[in-house]
Write a protein that binds this ligand. Structure first.
Ligand SMILES: [Zn+2]
Length: 144
């Protein structure tokens, strides 16, 4: 196992090499100097989301949602809170499937909300339907 992890900055898409021991110490991006783990999920488009999935050495958890979806809105605060509990182990991303239909098609998203966990560029877990914070964090930890 490598002692550095590649982390893709959620702000500028720069790829950072972070010593594994420093992941939990609020590392900053070498390019834009913003926190690599901002404590909340960021909304990314198709290209930027794929860059995270393909280049990051830590798992990426994607919330596929849409503005018209009631259960998605109910789950949004839980996903926010889960970010503060899971970050540095996982990067959390939100994808608006209305604006990124290509990405939803690429990963075969048929219902929302759907959470998909990626590791090493591959899908390792998927669950559909709204969850509360505790359920979400527990589900994510099963896939680390
Ligand atoms: Zn950056």
């Amino acid at each position: 196992m490598s002692d550095t992890s590649h982390i893709v900055c959620p702000h500028c898409d720069g790829v950072n090499r972070v010593p594994s021991g420093k992941l939990a110490q609020n590392p900053k991006c070498g390019k834009c100097h913003q926190p690599l783990f901002p404590g909340r999920p960021l909304s990314l488009d198709q290209a930027r989301c794929n860059r995270q999935i393909e280049r990051s050495d830590i798992p990426i958890l994607v919330d596929f949602w849409a503005p018209w979806c009631g259960p998605c809105k109910m789950m949004a605060p839980a996903f926010e809170q889960a970010a503060s509990q899971l970050e540095a182990q996982v990067t959390l991303i939100k994808v608006n499937t209305e604006e990124n239909q290509g990405l939803a098609a690429q990963y075969g998203i048929r219902s929302i909300p759907t959470l998909v966990m990626f590791r090493g560029g591959r899908e390792v877990g998927r669950v559909s339907g709204a969850m509360d914070t505790a359920g979400l964090v527990a589900w994510a930890r099963q896939h680390l």
